[in-house]
Design a protein around this ligand. Structure first.
Ligand code: S3P
Length: 414
């Protein structure tokens, strides 16, 4: 059995850095991810005047408290990180600072108005530029209150939670479907008053206390190794990976498809983490309901890839959210499958993938500069030797060592 250890989690690293900056006292982020997105977070902290010390195994942050950033104005570049841009907007909206949040590349095309509208509904003054970046945050204290979210986005939910810390009154909202709760777990650990009941969260205004935060491995990065192991019939043990229930939709669905995957959890507060073992398996088709999409938002393209080789036709509903990522991941998934010689279709939010298809690579795979499309193509390469991947450097967004780790595990890969 091969052993593989994934890189640290991107979502949790970015959250830990931002919350550490807003907390009072010292936060130690152990085993942080170092990638293009987390470096963008570090440079935003620097612009906000937050002191950080970087060590080989940890980052220490001296937080100055919620109003510690000062009045600004700040101009913050979120790079290509949607999580960073949106969480920063929430954090700053509750901090009394004036700021403009910009971004680069694919992030400039991604929607920002649903986030700005949610923050305005909480009484903050955040404006998008015709629905996109830059985001303008004006120093208006959120009033709090009760609102309803129409989308299930962990990023929008997190931005509201952070804005609520600096609001005049408690802020309460409901999600349309459950999404990852990393922010809630970190807030709890750092002393925030938070009540979560079902899909309704209430955050009470107050300060955070600096703490030590351990970052587990990134399940969304490990997912490419799970997919490649299933495609190639390799037995693989993935060590120290995050097992947040809001991220496990891919694993749960694969098990329903007949994948022999076992999960051994041990506590790694504030997040569950452990080992995942994948054994050679014959997969059958799945029917994925829309409510499962938030828990596999970044892995749905990989599921489509595996479904093309499973027995029977797979149907994935509620796929329209995939269109708002680093690329339009409905189009890029269809393009990836097409360049492997496989058929799939998309209509009214539903992806349908006929099963039992052989992959015959036709040409170089287009990645649309989307890190997850490049890594999905690499996963496919275990059954398509010689496959060429365009712009492979885009993996640096979340996983700079990806091709090295992939070659080491699968002996081939690019
Ligand atoms: C993320 C949430 C997801 C996901 C993204 C990271 C996060 O976005 O696609 O890669 O860190 O909260 P949405 O929750 O907006 O779908």
């Amino acid at each position: 059995m091969k052993i593989y250890t994934p890189p640290p989690d991107k979502s949790i690293t970015i959250r830990a850095l931002l919350l550490g900056a807003a907390a009072i006292g010292r936060t130690v982020v152990r085993n942080p991810l170092r990638s293009r997105d987390t470096e963008a977070a570090m440079s935003c902290l620097k612009k906000l005047g937050v002191k950080t010390k970087v060590f080989k195994d940890r980052i220490e942050i001296s937080g100055a408290g919620p109003a510690g950033f000062g009045p600004g104005p700040f101009r913050l570049d979120a790079g290509e990180s949607g999580t960073l841009a949106r969480l920063l907007a929430g954090l700053l909206a509750g901090s009394g600072a004036r700021a403009v949040i910009t971004g680069r590349g694919t992030l400039r095309r991604r929607p920002m108005e649903p986030l700005a509208a949610a923050l305005r509904a909480a009484g903050a003054d955040v404006r998008s530029a015709r629905g996109r970046l830059p985001l303008k945050v004006n120093p208006v204290r959120p009033r709090g209150g009760t609102l309803k979210l129409s989308t299930a986005s962990a990023q929008i939910k997190s931005a509201l939670l952070l804005a609520g810390l600096g609001a005049a009154a408690p802020l309460s909202f409901g999600e349309s479907a459950p999404s990852r709760d990393h922010t809630e777990r970190l807030l709890g650990r750092m002393g925030a008053r938070l009540r979560v009941s079902g899909r309704r969260s209430t955050v009470y205004p107050g300060a955070l206390k600096g703490r030590t935060i351990n970052i587990p491995g990134d399940l969304s990065s490990a997912a490419f190794f799970i997919a490649a192991a299933l495609l190639s019939g390799l037995a693989l043990k993935i060590k120290g990976v995050g097992l947040n229930p809001g991220r496990l939709g891919f694993v749960r669905t694969l098990r329903k498809m007949g994948a022999r995957i076992t999960v051994a959890q041990r506590i790694y507060a504030p997040e569950p983490a452990g080992d995942i073992t994948v054994r050679p398996s014959a997969l059958r088709a799945a029917r994925v309901p829309a409510r499962d999409i938030p828990s596999m938002i970044d892995e749905a393209p990989l599921l489509a890839l595996l479904a093309a080789r499973a027995r029977g036709a797979t149907v994935i509903r509620g796929a329209e959210e995939l269109r708002k990522k680093e690329s339009d991941r409905v189009q890029s998934t269809l393009a990836l499958l097409a360049s492997l010689g496989a058929k799939a279709s998309y209509r009214n939010g539903t992806l349908t993938i006929p099963g039992g298809q052989e992959f015959k690579p036709l040409k170089t795979v287009e990645t649309f500069k989307d890190h997850r499309v490049a890594m999905a193509a690499a996963a496919a390469s275990v059954v398509c030797p010689g496959l060429k991947i365009k712009n492979p450097g885009c993996v640096d967004k979340s996983y700079p060592g990806f091709f090295r780790d992939f070659r080491r595990t699968f002996a081939g890969g690019r």
